[in-house]
Design a protein. Structure first.
Lengths: 117, 341
């Protein structure tokens, strides 16, 4: 499947996929991960979070997962999510796209303390 | 760090408020079947975190939750409507992750979906009533938020010299995340600070009251430091407030009742002080009734002595974890020395 049709990713979607690339998580775990990864700049509310998750699930980028063994004492009904192979390819493509942009900025000396000087 | 945060914080284990369960009905059944349980878990965890940041944060949280449930719930219903009048644009372009659709088409599609949604509402009057009620609830919550802001920020708290009262909490400033205040932190702050007359702390509590007939009623209140009532400059309408002995772990269970709880739960019993009631299955002595209108911090029905157990593992209690089960997380307040006698 052509992953380019999913690009560019919105920032919250990108952060959700990045979080799931590291490990499976439930909804509130993703809220915390996204806040941490964005240094508090992106705060996912409940409504938008599950709208994103539904879209990602419908598009086959994310799928349901079993709770990890260490969460045996938690609410077993909670849904965990994991990245699909397609989701990982989309994330890789988006990361590559951003890396190209960063490299272009680096060549123009737009990164770092002396940027634009 | 990120790896642990995603797995361990499963949120509060308390029940999901009925209002949120009702709001979930705005979403289409298929969406609820897939996500409702996890949404409830996330909602509970976020609500618990908002409670840790004070009542204004809780009010804001409710306003956002109601607004989002209405907006996104109806958006999902429109998206789940029959697609006959919708161009076959494929799932990815509906996603919003892709920016390939032009703005003219977006506006046109929005208009078509809006009309389709309105027709759907007319066809389903029950849903329309639910929408109107949800909007009314949202407006009501907004008005409540304004009332709280008006009462706390503009009009001031209903306490003597209220401008000297401050609320404090602990936060990771760099990440803007609330952190637990452990009993040891609180003790250290209280012993070492010189800015305030004294500090007080409270922890939200839920209690189940059993009467002679076997019926069980739920009451909301707080565990609170004995010195808090002196800090708030409030005296009981009957009986006494807590003293230091009441806060010693293992002391007999005692309770202070709000005026409203005294009237509603105990029929304004004139002999309530000294009476033993059954609270959470344990005999508990009523030592006083607070004056009418007093409900610190919000509208509590009872107060019980906060007993901080410093014998528990210091290392565990100093954990950064937000997990409430680690121990009490006091929400603190103090009275500044501005004009203290």
């Amino acid at each position: 499947m052509d992953v380019d049709r999913f690009l560019p990713l919105k920032a919250p979607v990108h952060l959700i996929l990045l979080s799931l690339a590291e490990h499976d998580a439930h909804g509130y775990g993703l809220v915390q991960e996204v806040e941490t990864r964005s240094n508090g700049r992106v705060s996912l509310e409940t409504g938008p979070l599950y709208r994103h998750l539904k879209r990602l699930s419908d598009d086959g980028l994310v799928e349901d997962a079993d709770p990890p063994p260490e969460d045996a004492g938690a609410d077993r009904r909670r849904k965990y999510y994991r990245l699909t192979p397609l989701g990982r390819r989309v994330l890789t493509a988006e990361t590559g796209r951003l890396a190209e942009l960063v490299e272009a900025g680096r060549r123009l000396d737009l990164i770092g303390d002396g940027a634009g000087a | 760090m990120a790896g642990s945060a995603g797995r361990t914080a499963s949120g509060s284990s308390e029940e999901t408020p009925r209002v949120f369960l009702w709001l979930l009905r705005v979403y289409p059944p298929e969406f609820r079947r897939r996500f409702a349980v996890d949404m409830c878990g996330t909602f509970r965890a976020r609500l618990a975190r908002a409670r840790g940041r004070g009542m204004v944060a809780v009010a804001g949280f409710w306003v956002r939750s109601v607004t989002h449930a209405i907006l996104y719930g109806f958006a999902e219903r429109i998206a789940a409507a029959p697609l006959a009048a919708r161009p076959n644009d494929g799932a990815a372009s509906r996603d919003g992750a892709s920016g390939a659709v032009g703005w003219r088409e977006r506006i046109g599609r929005f208009g078509r979906e809006l009309r389709m949604g309105l027709r759907g509402l007319r066809r389903r009057p029950g849903l329309s009533v639910a929408a109107i009620l949800a909007l009314g609830l949202g407006i009501g919550l907004t008005a409540t938020t304004f009332s709280i802001a008006w009462g706390t920020i503009f009009r001031g708290l209903p306490f003597e010299r209220a401008s000297e009262l401050v609320h404090f909490e602990r936060e990771n400033v760099e990440e803007g995340l609330p952190l637990a205040v452990t009993p040891h932190d609180y003790r250290d702050w209280r012993e070492r600070q010189t800015t305030f007359v004294d500090l007080g702390a409270y922890v939200e509590a839920l209690a189940h009251l059993t009467d002679g007939s076997g019926s069980i009623r739920r009451m909301w209140g707080v565990f609170i430091d004995p010195q808090s009532f002196e800090l708030l400059r409030v005296r009981p309408a009957a009986g006494r407030v807590f003293d230091a002995d009441d806060a010693v772990p293992g002391a007999p269970d005692v309770i202070l009742l709000a005026h409203s709880a005294w009237q509603n739960e105990f029929g304004a019993d004139a002999d309530i002080v000294g009476r033993t009631i059954e609270l959470n299955g344990a005999p508990t002595t009523v030592i006083g009734v607070m004056p009418e209108g007093f409900g610190f911090p919000v509208a509590e029905q009872f107060w019980r002595p906060l007993r901080l157990d410093f014998g528990r593992g210091r290392r565990a209690l100093r954990s950064r974890s937000l997990d409430l089960s680690l121990g009490p997380v006091p929400l603190g307040f103090g009275r500044a020395r501005l004009r203290a006698a």
